[in-house]
Design a protein around this ligand. Sequence first.
Ligand SMILES: Cc1cc2nc3c(=O)[nH]c(=O)nc-3n(C[C@H](O)[C@H](O)[C@H](O)COP(=O)(O)OP(=O)(O)OC[C@H]3O[C@@H](n4cnc5c(N)ncnc54)[C@H](O)[C@@H]3O)c2cc1C
Length: 474
Amino acid sequence: MAEPRVLILGGGPAGVGAARELARRGHGHATLLEAAAHYGGNAGSFEFGGQWLDYGSHRLHPATDPAIMADIRALLGADLKDRPRHGRIRLLGKWIHFPLKPVDLLLRLDKRFAVGTLRDMVAKKLPGRASDGDTFESVIRANLGSTIAEEFYLPYAVKLWGRDPKELSGVQARKRVAAGSFGKLVRKVLSAVPGFKPPGAGRFFYPVRGFGQISEAYAADAARLGADMRLGWRMTRIEMPAGERAPWRVHAASASGSEVLEAEYLWSTIPVTLLARAMASGVPAEVLAAAERVTYRSMILIYLQLSVEQFTEYDAHYFPGANTRITRLSEPKNYSALGRPKGTTILCAELPCALGDDVWSMSDAELGRLLADDLAGCGLPLPVQPTAVFTRRLPQAYPIYLMGYEEPLARLERWVESVPRLLSYGRQGLFQHDNTHHALAMAYGAVDCMQSGAFDAARWSELRKVYAKHVVED
Ligand SMILES: Cc1cc2nc3c(=O)[nH]c(=O)nc-3n(C[C@H](O)[C@H](O)[C@H](O)COP(=O)(O)OP(=O)(O)OC[C@H]3O[C@@H](n4cnc5c(N)ncnc54)[C@H](O)[C@@H]3O)c2cc1C
């Protein structure tokens, strides 16, 4: 039987992983459309001034499925470095090492915070659900106590998702907060102690040409194996199959022209909301209305180039407090630790915002000043004037799980499932807070479901139950 044609939308990890696996296993002939000029999506990289930069801090976590890890190692070889994590959290005016370390916590933790947390731990009787509804705030208060909630997670949530934590679903807390209970928090602290240390604790993997090298390697291998990989090609409109055996017709445009591509299967990793809106016809009005109620948080990455060898020794600084607008600052040179380029380093700050809001519309120069002010306010003034200030904008950075988000999302998902030979997956396609290793796991899972030229929907729905349990690694 001839291999079915599979058209993949999006060249992030979910897209390139599927293209490569389809080609490697001979389960389908993949054509992949990626609108950007490089692969990797939000997990991609670009070069500036001789340095590789990511879209915010990205690390490959040791929790990666061993089979996928083996593939990544084989694709990247010696370019994949195993690195120790070395970050700091700004908490009540003090710097705490992250990952947490017992001695550092004892020496540096704000005493009022430490006493409050211990009091909350003793007072906490029952684990589990909050009494005050199932909101982000009530779940965090119930599981981690008021001190950690008020000084850490609640202000952080306001910055990350732009909403009052009472308006956010408790699911956001369960999926996004890895140390979601006192027990888990204690285990995280103990994981820094020899003897209690699980394999991989406090370490991460990182490629020498930026995090995006992982996706680039998958894409190159897919092309080598015969997949049709198209960078700079944007899907503009989709015509649904006109009959049971008719193909999908996908309109695509690039700088060199436009084309209509046909395929038996359409696998989409773009935001599920955009997928629904891209259909030329045949989408029920209530599905399009549901797409309006499923919202993503945007993000601006602010980069400052400084003519110093190193800004600090830390890979990342985390800023949960309300006194800064940025949530994280990374120094990419410290991730690969190659010491290149000499005499210069670039900082990358993450500033969550809403598409089109006042922050989104700020100029690069204004954003550079905002970042310099935030850093100076935390005792990290810039040592020299930046030699370059530039930004990148992510329209869809984080899914926002508002209270009641399940209903419109379920409507969208039922619609996707009702359309034959259509799959929506990946972080944007399933509206999940997923890491890259989760997106790759979904790509491999989708290809597992493609057997003898047909997609096994029952098997996919079993895999979906596994994917629903993903918890994000920070
Ligand atoms: C600030 C930040 C930090 C993160 N840190 C980590 C980390 O440390 N470790 C980790 O594992 N993960 C991290 N992640 C998550 C990681 O970025 C995602 O898991 C990963 O990018 C998901 O891959 P994906 O393929 O599902 O989606 P995406 O990466 O979003 O890819 C979707 C692709 O679709 C393309 N596209 C959209 N519309 C069209 C169209 N019309 N036509 C063609 N192409 C289109 C986009 O250009 C994009 O390339 C982080 C995410 C963010 C935002």
